[in-house]
Design a protein around this ligand. Structure first.
Ligand code: PLP
Length: 427
């Protein structure tokens, strides 16, 4: 590369986080310096959207501080994945405290050695039943569940077929496995069929992988069609239902329940970190497949077990999900109310059909300015831009909870309406 061009690329003023990765030069830290410059500029513009520390439980209203100025204040939280508020349910907290007293605060080992306690076994059974499967395994996180499962199952000669918008951990698992990776256009069954027609063969295995609820779009995979097409081509199906657990389907069992295909998915991945309010990943499937993962999924085998207090909390959260359907009903009442009002105002919410509501703003800079004002008005939402979504589809990501009050939601809608007009997002 010409020296001046290289110098310009190195010192160019970067206005997006995405631009700081591809910095040329022999020093690995060139990108670090580029990012540090970008961070200074972010602070100057007060476009600080990450790592606001909480000094209260993460609930519908929180006490939270600006990441550099401090200034704790009360805000309406629309950026939590604890969709039913179970993180703070007194019964979940009590179960967790009791388990701390019995087992201590950590597991003390990896699960295959001495890190498995009776509670882990109970939760595996409960989650296997939840997904109408024979068995389940608990990973340290949902991320580890995807990476460990995919890399344990696929070899270099195998093929992974992904919906383009699948979660990063699925792509990371595919890369780690060394298998050939193909993608199909988001939710396009025509493209899935044509990819499978070209890649399946007798000498290797094929795994079709899809999110149930897509984490940046909030829309759903057409799971019944995916299953039919995959079966036609002798491919296995893996579903990442992380954002669907407790939210999708008549009783919140997830995307398979909604489409009437429970028990038919080869491997279902879930997380304890969203609706169940804790931390940990789960994979459900046949007993043989799960037992295989216990020995070959390296992110399980070589990593500490989820602490017993978290497992106890997840068990209590499942009890609540199974016996108190009104939380799910309130969540959907809130989702319908907000999406109805925002669409009436003219906002583009994509095809959301879950508790994740994307509000498409457009250019990243417009999103940054709008979000700065939204935060100043006391409403907390998440910032999503390239490379998580296409460049001109930068967005607010709003996560609904069952406990949001109508008064808070009306205030949020009013504020979005005012800022949407100011920034030309709606007319
Ligand atoms: C679709 C999806 N899969 C997996 C994960 C990872 O879950 P965890 O937070 O348990 O690592 C996430 C979390 O963001 C997700 O959105």
């Amino acid at each position: 590369m010409d020296e001046t061009v290289e110098l310009t690329r190195k010192t160019a003023h970067r206005t997006s986080w995405a631009d700081c990765y591809d910095v040329p030069g022999p020093d690995l830290f060139d990108k670090v310096h580029a990012f540090a410059q970008y961070v200074d500029w972010v602070h100057e513009k007060d476009h600080c959207f990450f790592r606001w520390p909480l000094s209260s439980p993460n609930s519908t209203r929180v006490v939270i501080s600006h990441p550099t100025r401090g200034e704790p204040r009360e805000m309406i939280m629309l950026g939590s994945n604890s969709y039913l508020g179970l993180t703070n349910d007194p019964r979940v907290i009590k179960a967790s405290i009791e388990a701390t007293k019995t087992y201590g605060y950590g597991a003390g080992s990896v699960p295959l050695y001495s890190g498995t306690c009776e509670l882990h076994i109970q939760l595996e059974k409960r989650l296997a039943e939840w997904y109408r499967c024979e068995d389940a395994i608990i990973f340290p996180t949902g991320y580890a569940a995807n990476v460990g499962t995919i890399s344990a199952l696929l070899r270099k000669e195998d093929v992974a077929v992904n919906d383009l918008f699948n979660h990063a951990s699925i792509y990371d698992g595919c890369k780690l496995s060394g298998a050939a990776m193909h993608t199909f256009a988001h939710r396009s069954m025509r493209r899935l069929e044509s990819v499978l027609r070209n890649v399946t063969g007798p000498e290797h295995g094929t795994l079709v992988i899809t999110d149930g609820v897509f984490s940046m779009e909030g829309d759903l995979a057409p799971l019944d069609d995916i299953l039919t097409i995959a079966r036609r081509h002798n491919a296995r199906v893996m579903l990442d239902d992380s954002h669907a657990l407790g939210v999708i389907g008549p009783t919140g069992r997830g995307t398979a329940e909604l489409y009437g295909v429970e028990g038919q998915i080869d491997l279902t991945v879930g997380t304890l970190s969203k609706c169940l309010g804790g931390i940990g990943g789960v994979v459900a499937g046949t007993h043989d497949a799960i037992e295989y993962l216990r020995f070959y999924a390296r992110s399980f085998f070589f990593s500490g077990a989820v602490p017993p207090p978290v497992i106890a909390g997840a068990l209590a959260a499942l009890d609540i999900l199974e016996t108190e359907p009104h939380h799910l009903a309130s969540l959907w009442k809130n989702i319908r109310y907000v999406t109805g009002k925002l669409r009436e105002l003219g906002f583009d919410l994509g095809h959301t059909a879950s508790a994740i509501i994307p509000i498409i703003i457009g250019e990243e800079m417009k999103l940054k300015e709008l979000l700065r004002e939204l935060l100043a008005a006391g409403v907390f939402m998440n910032f999503v831009a390239f490379p998580a979504v296409p460049r001109r589809r930068a967005r607010l990501r709003m996560s609904m909870m069952s406990g949001h009050t109508q008064a808070d939601l009306d205030y949020v809608i009013e504020t979005l309406s005012r800022l949407g007009k100011k920034y030309g997002v709606i007319s």
